[in-house]
Design a protein around this ligand. Sequence first.
Ligand SMILES: NC(=O)c1ccc[n+]([C@@H]2O[C@H](COP(=O)([O-])OP(=O)(O)OC[C@H]3O[C@@H](n4cnc5c(N)ncnc54)[C@H](O)[C@@H]3O)[C@@H](O)[C@H]2O)c1
Length: 382
Amino acid sequence: MAKTINLAVIGYGFMGKAHTNAYLQAQHFFKHDHKINLKVICGRNEENAKAFAETWGYDDVETDWRKVIERDDIDAVDICTPNNSHREIALACAKAGKMILCEKPLALDGTEGEEMVAAVEASGVPNLVWYNYRFLPAVTHAKNIVAAGELGQVFHYRSNFLQDWTISEDLPQGGAALWRLDAKTAGSGVTGDLLAHCIDLARWINGDIVSVSAMTETFIKERVHQETGEKTAVTIDDACAFICRFENGSTSIFESTRYARGHKALFTFEINGRDKSLAWDLHDLNRLDYFDHGVPSDRRGWSNIHCSDGDHPYAGNFWVPGLCLGYEHSFVGAVHEFLSHLDDPSAEKRFADFKDALGTQYVCDAVLESAKTKQWVDVKRV
Ligand SMILES: NC(=O)c1ccc[n+]([C@@H]2O[C@H](COP(=O)([O-])OP(=O)(O)OC[C@H]3O[C@@H](n4cnc5c(N)ncnc54)[C@H](O)[C@@H]3O)[C@@H](O)[C@H]2O)c1
């Protein structure tokens, strides 16, 4: 019989919903020796938390996350709150011996992240950070093709994450809806919010990043703060671009902005090897673009693999060949990988744990430092 994990989710916003859906779906589409029970949803507004519990099937509601951690009937805690709360909640969970699934970025900076890694290592609790894009079939397929050495020597990696939702000067900063624009809560702007995803995939697919040279820009210098009503300086990076070197000798360029008019969430990566190239973008997330230099030159060209067949990663667990998966399946895959690792801790860990996510945090820190000092910065290694 499957072992039940009683789970508490803290925060019922965007990610609270995406994760809850994933816990339910992972258990419908994959088989595990561990089973998640949606025990507690925690949010500060009791009425909203109760409504969420009713919609999604949680047994119980709490309004203070500390109470959640005091409960003996909770085995695992999922942290779906803004970035400045990750550290405190995770440290308390580790101390109480609860498994932790924490949203990205791991922390506000590497110093906080180191404390969190030390805490989970000391307590030995299983831990995951939600770098969920890894688990889209086309992305995992790319990872597997590169890991098999099919590209030959890798020369280049490039990645973008482009949005356009903060262009208006009238948009305030801070508060419940716009905490991403307030560096005190978010830690940084696009670097921790968007580039962190690009960096995680890059490190997973192409290995460690060793040095970076970056620039950032804040286009709108002052915005009204939601909490005070005062116009105050904007301290996040609205845009960030950096070049970097990987440990395998490849060079790279990354860009992220919330000012690319026309782009809602254009997350892309491309990797160029001696023998093959691969490219992917979130707007067409089931497809992996593939170029094979081994094909005779009169037939050679980019092809487009629809990663929906039974032999593509994860796809066979869902529908029949040709039918699409969506954004939500990236979270389903993360839950599946976490449960698989609980089932068999000796199996390869496909998800980012705290230590792995600290590596990404170090790259973000180096990027921000380089932008500030206008110098190349060596990335601290985990
Ligand atoms: N993996 C991804 O692709 C992805 C996407 C979006 C957000 N995120 C990350 O997820 C986290 C949450 O982002 P979101 O978009 O869901 O934000 P959100 O604003 O939609 O939701 C945050 C929730 O946390 C609650 N909250 C805040 N402080 C709390 C506290 N002390 N106790 C209980 N609840 C509290 C808020 O009320 C809200 O319900 C952030 O760290 C963010 O970076 C990750």
